[in-house]
Design a protein around this ligand. Sequence first.
Ligand code: COA
Length: 209
Amino acid sequence: MFDVSQLHKLVAEGVWVFRHPGVTVACRPLHFAEAAKAADIEATRFHPSTSVSAFESMISGQNSCCCGVFVNDTLVGCASANITPAADEYPSEAFIDNISLLTEYAGCGLGLLLTAYLLKFCSASPFGSARATLEVRVGNTPAKRIYARFGFTCHGIRKRYYSHPTEDAEIHWLENMQEPAFQDVLLDAVSHALEMFHVKQLQRSGDMQ
Ligand SMILES: CC(C)(COP(=O)(O)OP(=O)(O)OC[C@H]1O[C@@H](n2cnc3c(N)ncnc32)[C@H](O)[C@@H]1OP(=O)(O)O)[C@@H](O)C(=O)NCCC(=O)NCCS
């Protein structure tokens, strides 16, 4: 079982590392040299997908962040956001650009964990985002469950926004990311994600026996 007593410390730090017997899960910002790997992962889940050069721009950009989730040092998922800095009375906003997990690592909590990491990253210094927005396919149940857990709510529909296959997009917004209560939401999400991962590990080791 992951040592969840360390969660407060981990959530406060720039790199999250969770150790489990036989497997280590980590979330951290991607390095420039990892752009091609991130593009490869996204290409397995999105069409059209983000190019390597677009990932390079997000990794090196001042108003963007791009991060990954690693299982035993292998990159298995990536996520990125573009930040609109605060201006006048308007707070900083994060536009969540993409979140993708390799199919073989989907469904075991890592998408939720990576989203928690990305939102923590956007809300922390130097970005200090107070709001976040994203688009999601109306039928994308796993993604919508993740977003609902953080408090995202639907504020509109873009008709036929997606292709391959054609589908409407829901426009979601999350507010109050600078409120202290949002830190508790992040911690709960991380805890739930690690519990899901733990249960999946137990199932896998049971299947192998
Ligand atoms: C969407 C995606 C990031 C979710 O990541 P994931 O690791 O598979 O999801 P998790 O295991 O963290 O599960 C998140 C939630 O979805 C639920 N879920 C997972 N797979 C599911 C499925 N196939 N059907 C229904 N619910 C599912 C989980 O039970 C969990 O819900 P809970 O928190 O209420 O218990 C991932 O599946 C993916 O990369 N999909 C393709 C790209 C994509 O659609 N990205 C989002 C674009 S907006």
